[in-house]
Design a protein. Sequence first.
Length: 299
Amino acid sequence: MDPALLRPLGLATLSGLSTSIGAVLAVIHKPNQAVMAGLLGSAIGVMATVSLVELVIRNAMENNGYLVIASTVAGALAYYLLEPLIPKVPEVDTESRGDVETHGCPKDKSVSQAAGARRTQTTTARATSGGEDRPDSAAFTHARAQSLKSAQLLRLGLLMALTMTLHNLPEGFAVAFSAFTPLGPVMALAIALHNIPEGVIIAAPIYAATGNRWKAVGLATASGLSEPLGALLALLLLHPFLNPERLQNVLAGTGGLMLAVCVIELWPEARACKNDRGLAIGMFLGSAVMGWTLVAMPG
């Protein structure tokens, strides 16, 4: 392998492995709403700042501004059009599981209330008909319900892993191309912060379903490793055709893609945590740290 490709692949691998951090957090002590909102907010702040300041504005000032803006719009539009093709995670009745989340934050209680209403109606119907559950029948019903719920949660976790795997491929492209500039480590850090909440939302339902910490962390880590795979594909397919001008346009498109991820993916997930204060603090800190990093970065 060309030694010049080792740097982008190394950065993409380190960035992808940060999903393991989120997975470990999920299986040791599930982050609460404020922490999840802060993590997602910091990811938004970091990714939006590096995209706007470095990949779009500074890029447009130093190169052909029209092409840079067009590339940015094309990148955002490409993600907008492809995002509906990524499998969506279905809602799961998590009432008896203790609020396992589909997006890392507790879902609306209406699902639990609906489940409670169904149980109340069933109990009322049995009382009206004069029938009562025998202890062995109640135990069997409970065991069957728990088994079904575990299967649902396992399916949910596996679907999340698949979704995040597909989602990570274009992020691998972003790290790979930025690695040929001084911005490479900064881009890898930005996406690594974004991957930590992803590790949480993959590992939490799998751990809840299986009780196996290693399996939950392993699947989250495997999902993150799709990032260096995306980087490798990008390098093999596009690297031979890149020159300095094309590289800047590709980076502008990457900036548009990352801005689309912030708006389409991260913002709704962060808002679902229902902790605007944590979200705002995370966004401010992420943006401030990344802004300072860009100022201090040579070149």
